[in-house]
Design a protein around this ligand. Structure first.
Ligand SMILES: Cc1cc2nc3c(=O)[nH]c(=O)nc-3n(C[C@H](O)[C@H](O)[C@H](O)COP(=O)(O)O)c2cc1C
Length: 369
């Protein structure tokens, strides 16, 4: 069903917003829920939801998504031109990124009183949508999913934090909430706060770092998405997000491509991983629908973690190396394949933001001006 403009539902029309130049580092995060076009067309409302969807995490901030506004909702496409052929040869992480964007879209829809019914379909044809989110207005706000609605605020606050975390434990109440998240889903998760398990996992992370960063083709793939701190490009990871100062960040793409920093990186990651207050492994079977479901679960988890004041970062390296993936699965006693490995904990350091492409740039059709 189409989302019809509903006059009188929201705040009266304010003054037209002054057009400012789009800054990929600040403009997307300046999205304000009070600007929701309550009296606008269904396309304008759907496009506003996309301002939240584009804030989803994606592998190396490739933002491998495209959207189309269609009668009754939004189509979501994979943008395979943004794939990482060496780091992610099977598009596993690309598809999880799409799942994360779809979940974010659902949370935003909920916030503005819409029901979103998402249908995934995978034909292998990149010209066809991977997901269609059918949007309809809820009969009444009270019917909404309050659990999901509480995740709206964290969408703009969530960032990957690669700095050391405090030693403080993750409270048991939060662990219980996280452990219950996977009920009824194709993807599930396991949490470890056991120092001995985490220490063994950290050895796999270090081994993967050495293997991957010793491979020039892997480094070249990574380097494509490393940016200096003052970049105006709307994608990729800045040095600041990796904890690198502005001068060093200028050399980031070059050093990533040319230098084998595997041993240095392994030592750093081993410590961060072994000392992590909590490790979370997302697991699922290896198929397109499972990866999309895993991406949804990932963003659900990250928004809860953020809402509770916790921070997160990734150690996916052993998941990307087939032999180490088998060992990680055994070590964590998983029934499915590990897909994402994260640490969670508290931090006093606010992580740097990463840039985003504008909604206009990721819209295939139905551009709203
Ligand atoms: C499927 C997926 C895999 C990711 N893998 C890694 C990773 O291996 N290492 C890492 O540092 N960050 C990883 N990230 C985090 C992204 O780099 C991050 O989301 C992106 O740069 C945007 O930054 P933000 O999360 O701060 O918004 C991953 C994110 C997703 C969704």
């Amino acid at each position: 069903m189409l989302v019809h403009a509903t006059p009188g539902l929201g705040p009266p029309e304010g003054k037209p917003m002054r057009q400012r130049e789009y800054d990929p580092m600040t403009t997307p995060y300046g999205v304000n829920e009070n600007d929701f076009p309550w009296t606008g067309s269904s396309d304008e409302q759907a496009a506003f939801l996309l301002r939240y969807a584009i804030l989803a995490p994606s592998t190396h901030n490739t933002q491998p998504w495209k959207f189309a506004l269609v009668p009754g909702g939004i189509e979501v496409y994979a943008d395979y031109s943004r794939r990482m052929p060496v780091v992610d040869p099977g598009n596993r992480e690309l598809l999880m990124s799409i799942g994360a964007a779809v979940f974010t879209l659902r949370v935003a829809a909920e916030r503005f009183g819409m029901e979103s019914r998402v249908t995934y379909s995978y034909s292998g044809d990149s010209e066809r949508p991977l997901a269609v989110a059918a949007l309809s207005r809820r009969a009444s706000q009270s019917e909404g999913d309050e659990g999901i609605a509480s995740l709206f605020g964290p969408i703009v606050r969530r960032h990957t934090n690669r700095y050391p975390f405090l030693y403080s434990r993750v409270p048991e109440t939060i662990l219980r909430r996280i452990r219950g998240l996977d009920v009824g889903r194709r993807a599930s998760l396991a949490v470890s706060t056991d120092g001995s398990v985490n220490s063994q996992v950290s050895e796999l992370v270090a081994a993967a770092d050495r293997m991957q960063l010793g491979d020039p083709s892997f480094r070249s793939d990574l380097a494509e998405w490393i940016r200096p701190n003052w970049t105006q490009r709307p994608d990729g990871i800045t040095g600041a997000a990796l904890g690198v100062n502005s001068v060093a960040s200028a050399l980031g793409p070059w050093t990533t491509r040319v230098l084998d920093t595997g041993s240095l990186r392994a030592a750093k990651d081993r410590n961060l991983c072994a000392q992590a207050p909590g490790l979370v492994v997302l697991q699922a079977q290896d198929s397109v629908p499972d990866w999309l479901a895993c991406g949804e679960l990932l963003q659900h988890l990250l928004l809860i973690v953020t809402r509770e004041g916790l921070h997160h970062s990734y150690f996916n390296m052993p998941v990307q190396v087939p032999d180490l993936r088998v060992r990680l699965r055994g070590l964590c006693g998983l029934s499915d394949w590990p897909q994402i490995l994260l640490r969670i904990g508290f931090s006093l350091t606010e992580p740097a933001r990463t840039p985003r492409r504008s909604v206009e740039e990721v819209l295939l059709t139905g551009a709203v001006t």
